[in-house]
Design a protein around this ligand. Structure first.
Ligand code: ZN
Length: 491
């Protein structure tokens, strides 16, 4: 191949050739969801973007350790270390245990991501499972002199850190601007300066999520968990850190400061950020009603769109845009994507049934392959890859219509590569099973087949009864005949 992988590194503001720290291995950390409500479609886009990168790195032969955390404590309502913990608030409003909130929305998140055919990460650590590591990290930062304790809470001293190591590298904000733009403290805060951020917060008596620490019974600051968990599973320096664009500041900036305050070296080589999803031209927000849940899209139970869209149609829609550009969700755009996705699916079927027809091929397979890899190597340009796949679709259809020809070798190679890009890299799959709305539909159909078969047996029509039995067995559904009637078992 002529090209090698380049990625847009937010830290440098440019595309760079990707070189992993350890040859053949990649360590990748992506900030996961805060599990206090159903996963937002915008978040799904972010995770689909990183799923694409994970899949492509694996396709290139890298052994990837992909860590994506679950935030189940410490994420307050606003970024100024104020307000209630999001999970504790939900638990209070619904009169349930915080861990019930966490369980419910973690399950929802995994379920939705599985419907989008996103691969699970290699490790999915939780903040509450790493309280010990977070307390140790605070101690280390304090030992370096970059954190201070006030009334049982511990804060990171941004101004002091900035004197030794520049703060604001990722977001391009310098400390003077920050001082100028941050509102002054209202006297309620324990912080020395408004730029400082919490590493540990002392819990108020009503706060239910609390752990003992050397400073107080309290809970860790939100930025801390990602540093604790990425250091634990990927080391003090790793290859890729990703997340949504909105996390660049302050979350990722704070992660960098925490790690550098101890290790004195940049923790991450490539910072990758996925852009947001808008709905009908406007930012999605629960408060304005301009919002839609993934499952409401899949089953059509929403006020925004006239029809339902399958998870694969939505996944394909997001991949038709580059991960760094803003994408607007609209009925027209989704319908166009659905049509395009179906055309690709049909072409896969046509390709499967195609026979070689000549010694030479009317299509430059080698050049096409090169272009596909160049697209993906150019900062994971999935829309360009999809455009190249459509070029191949034209050729596939023209061979099927006997207007052009393909050799045996090229047919084999085209099949392999087309399948690899469609299934492995883009993570698409056939939507055949999406039509089954629930198990009762499948069960009803099977019962009907059993009834027909019983009637056939009663009238000694064994040809029909055996046909039903064998066809079901091929689908891994086993019929058991018993004196009281037949039953089925799905293997
Ligand atoms: Zn994070």
């Amino acid at each position: 191949m002529n090209s090698s992988l380049s990625v847009y590194n937010s830290l440098k503001g440019e595309k760079q050739v990707f070189e992993s720290i350890v040859a053949g291995h990649v360590g990748m950390y992506v900030c996961g969801p805060t599990v206090y409500s159903n996963v937002h479609l915008g978040n799904c886009r972010t995770f689909i973007s990183f799923d694409l990168m994970y899949r492509y790195l694996k396709h290139l032969g890298y052994k990837v350790r992909y860590v994506r955390n679950i935030t189940d404590a410490g994420h307050l309502e606003n970024d100024a270390d104020e307000g209630e913990d999001r999970i504790a608030k939900k638990a209070r409003l619904e009169s349930i245990e915080p861990m019930e909130v966490v369980q419910r929305y973690t399950v929802d998140f995994r379920n939705i991501m599985a419907q989008f055919n996103a691969l699970p990460p290699s490790i999915e650590p939780t903040a509450t499972g790493h309280i010990v590591e977070q307390i140790e990290l605070i101690k280390e930062i304090m030992e370096q002199g970059y954190a201070y304790e006030v009334n049982g809470s511990v804060y990171f001293d941004v101004l002091k850190f900035n004197k030794d190591i520049p703060y604001g590298k990722l977001s391009g904000r310098n400390i003077e601007d920050l001082i100028h733009n941050t509102r002054t403290l209202d006297g309620q805060s324990d912080k020395k300066n408004p730029q400082d951020f919490a590493l540990w917060k002392k819990a108020e008596p009503v706060h239910i999520m609390r752990w003992p620490s050397p400073w107080s019974d309290g809970f860790p600051g939100w930025h801390l968990e990602c540093t604790a968990m990425s250091r634990k599973y990927l080391g003090t320096q790793f290859d890729i850190h990703g997340g949504g664009m909105d996390l660049k500041f302050p979350h990722h900036e704070c992660e960098i400061a925490q790690a550098e305050s101890i290790d004195k070296t940049p923790p991450v080589n490539y910072w990758l950020h996925a852009n947001m999803l808008t709905l009908n031209g406007k930012k999605m927000a629960k408060s304005t009603g301009n919002n839609i849940l993934p499952k409401e899209m899949f089953n059509g139970s929403n006020e925004v769109f006239k029809k339902a869209f399958s998870p694969m149609a939505v996944r394909f829609f997001t991949l038709q845009a580059h991960y760094r550009s803003i994408v607007d969700l609209s009925e027209t755009a989704l319908e166009a994507s659905e049509k395009g996705f179906n055309r690709l699916l049909e072409a896969l079927q046509t390709l499967e049934n195609l026979s070689p027809s000549a010694a030479t091929t009317d299509f430059d397979f080698k050049a096409w392959k090169e272009k596909c890899y160049e697209a993906m190597n150019d900062d994971f340009n999935s829309p360009l890859l999809i455009a190249h796949l459509f070029d191949a679709v034209k050729f596939i259809n023209s061979v099927a219509n006997q207007k052009q020809e393909i050799s045996e070798k090229d047919l084999e190679d085209l099949k392999n590569l087309f399948n690899a890009f469609f299934y492995d890299v883009l993570g698409l799959k056939s939507t055949e099973n999406d039509g089954v709305k629930d198990v009762s539909q499948l069960e009803g159909t099977l019962k009907l087949l059993l009834e027909i078969r019983d009637q056939a047996r009663a009238s000694k029509d064994f040809e029909t009864s055996d046909l039903i039995r064998d066809a079901l067995l091929e689908l891994n559904i086993q019929i058991n005949d018993a004196p009281e009637g037949s039953s089925f078992k799905i293997n």
